[in-house]
Unconditional design. Sequence first.
Length: 145
Amino acid sequence: MAVTQSYSPMVLQSHSPILEMRDYRKIVAWQRAHDLTLRIYKTTQQFPGHEQFGITSQLRRAASSVPANIVEGSARDTKRDYLRFLSMARASLKEVEYFLLLAHDLGYIPTPEHEAITQEINRVFAALTGLINAVRNELTDTPQS
C-alpha cells in the first residue's frame, strides 16, 4: 500500500534566514548564460584537437560555471550567499570573455563569430548585473538576510 504524505508549506519565523525556493529556470540571467554555454560548446567543437585539454576545456569550464553558479546560489539559504554565487558567476563570465578573445587571436574563432558571442556575453553580463543589484537592494531592505 502506497502512503501518500501531505506536506504543508514551511512557515518561516522572523529570526530565520530567508529560505526562498528560487526556480533558476525562470531567472533571465540563467537562461541567457545557459544559451551562451550551449553556443560555446558548439563553437569549441571546431577548435583544433590539440586544444582539447587546453583552451577548449578552459572555455567550456568557464562558460558552464556561469549558469552553474546561478543555480547553486539560487539554492542557498540566504540572500547574502545567493549574492556571493552571483558574483562568482559574473567573474566566470569575464573569464569566458578573455578565453574567447584568446581563441579569436589564435585564429580559432572567426571575427564575425567572436563579435556575435561577445554581444551575447554583454547581454548575460547586463542581466547578471541587474540581478545582482536587485538582490543587493533586497539585502539592504531586509534585516538579517
